[in-house]
Design a protein around this ligand. Structure first.
Ligand code: TYC
Length: 110
């Protein structure tokens, strides 16, 4: 906010108006899990509960959506958080040697 404010006076009160627009909100990014033939369903549900803090019911619904349609959205986050979540999912999947894949998709929101 380095630009000079506009100054005006109203009833003897000096009003300083900001000339710069508010900073843009951070973009929103969807984290999506992809289906595969090898990762156990229970492991996907556990990932959704552990990394994305979903209830067991929501985790099961998201897992089934990925299982039947090929992919499902786990949540929408600012980019840095979305990246952290993808890294966590990949680390757990590597640790247990499952091929579960997860990626970030830009949403329409600004
Ligand atoms: N298709 C897997 C199975 O039948 C389960 C699964 C569901 C894997 C969702 C990944 O994102 C996924 N064991």
């Amino acid at each position: 906010m380095t630009e000079k404010p506009i100054q005006r006076e109203e009833d003897g009160v000096l009003i300083l108006e900001r000339t710069k627009k508010k900073p843009k909100k951070p973009g929103k990014y969807a984290v999506v899990i992809l289906n595969d033939d090898y990762t156990p369903r229970d492991f996907v549900v556990w990932i959704l509960q552990t990394v994305f803090h979903k209830s067991h019911g929501d985790a099961n619904r998201i897992m089934l959506e990925a299982h039947t349609t090929g992919k499902a959205m786990c949540g929408v986050f600012p980019l840095d958080l979305a990246k952290t979540m993808v890294t966590e999912v990949r680390n757990f999947a590597d640790q247990y040697e499952y091929p579960l894949e997860c990626r970030i998709e830009a949403t329409q929101e600004e």
